[in-house]
Design a protein around this ligand. Sequence first.
Ligand code: NAD
Length: 518
Amino acid sequence: MSDDSKTEQLREFFNPATNQLVDTWHLTPLDEVPRLYEQARMAFHSWSAIPLTERLGMMRQLRLYLVEHLDATADAVAQSTGKVPVEALTSDVLPLIDAILHMEKHAKRALRKRRAPTPLVLFGKRSYIEYKPRGVVLCISPWNYPLQLSLIPVLSALVAGNTVILKPSEVTPLIGKLIERLRDAAGIPKDVLQIAHGAGDLGAALTKGNPDFIFFTGSVRTGKLIQAEAAKQLIPTTLELGGKDPMIVFSDANLERAVQGAIWGAFTNSGQVCMSVERLYVERPIYDRFVQRLVEETKRLRQGTGPDADIGSMTAKMQVDVVREQVREALDKGARLLTGSPPDEWQTDQGLFITPMVLVDVTPEMSIMQEETFGPVLPVIPFDTEDEVVQLANDSPYGLNASVWSKSLARARRVASRLVSGNVVINDVIITVVNHHLPFGGAKQSGLGKYHGEVGLRSFCVETAVMKDSGRQVREVAWYPYAGRYEPLAKLIKSFYGTKTDWVGFIKAYTNLLKGRK
Ligand code: NAD
């Protein structure tokens, strides 16, 4: 690359909470894409051949490095996103470290050959399932939890023996640089994990580059574009997309816990969470009291950047615009803001701070109740019956997460079972995502496929079903010639699959068939 083109590719990054210049970064030129794939394909042969224990050793090295450099890592996340330090630590760094430990403990079992039973009618054969890496995996990630949402899929793919090209979000580009340092600290070869720095045009060029698998986390809109492109070559994908998660509070819930759960679930990371509480349904007998407590508690939250702050800034200017439009439309249509300032008063020149908002008198057809907001807004609606609230909660194109709050666990479980959602939490919010023994993914337009834990590791593999025969017989019972086979085959089916197994008839029919295969 010439010096001129290098300068053209140089970008500055400003901390969204302070609007101060933090660092610079380089865009990866679009014409680099073929070279990235070439290198990834070449590296695949050696990487997939090294023993799993060796790959897991690098994961351990990475985990220990992260623990040792905890403060610097959390600080890089906070500077990149405007998150408060506690959230950078607990919601981005900790889930990553925990996921690595889970891989270290469970990858061997998840990826080893598994014996499968073989039915009696296939007597004499053995069956097993084998998991092999897919090849070159393309990971494209978002900006809201830029470290864990990049590295958990990337590391799962690497552990399974794939090589990876990662395109982190252009909104948080320093995380791409941080991941390069983490890769080197773990001893993962550069060609095995390559980072492509850039925006949607680079993501689109990489998607066209014919990877063997695409793992995407981001908006429904981009997910559909990627899926359409992938379909041309039938490239398999996992898509982790947006949400509009309902929280349902029955009158018998622990009211104070539900209030605290609602404000944390709605406002953590300034509401920029795919699983944040975006619709709050409260049973009418407790509605007024609940809303009053919500407003009191929301007013107590402290915004800032320091270690004691509860809410940081927004991360992306364009997301502030989305939130502004939705709140404005809701207010124009009659909704009332009980706390937080109206959009026309927002000052974001010195940092993207917007105060948390509680909205009432909202109606189901407003875009604040239909579309993903991804900001610190909590719209509240009263409900009267269980059937009504289940219908309201399910009336959404999304299905990522939901929560049900009641002291009657039987009722909570019943309602949870009726929700069309990839995840449901009872008397808590969001939390399924951090348990790596659970599969994670959305229903409806919230996504396709699952990751995390053993299921997640295997999703980065080609799953091959194998059956083996000793190979001593010349023919199988169902092979040619068919002459004289129909009758014993029909007898075998009737004796084995009828209301009661007729073992004598079955053995006779089977022996007759075996005689014919010599
Ligand atoms: P986005 O879709 O705008 O961008 C995500 C990534 O896709 C970025 O790296 C971007 O550069 C890239 N991209 C954009 N256009 C592309 C194209 N045409 N082809 C290929 N790549 C392209 O999403 P975002 O604003 O970064 O993230 C917020 C969204 O992500 C929200 O909808 C949120 O709910 C969702 N999300 C989902 C999960 C989940 O696990 N389900 C987790 C976090 C965020």
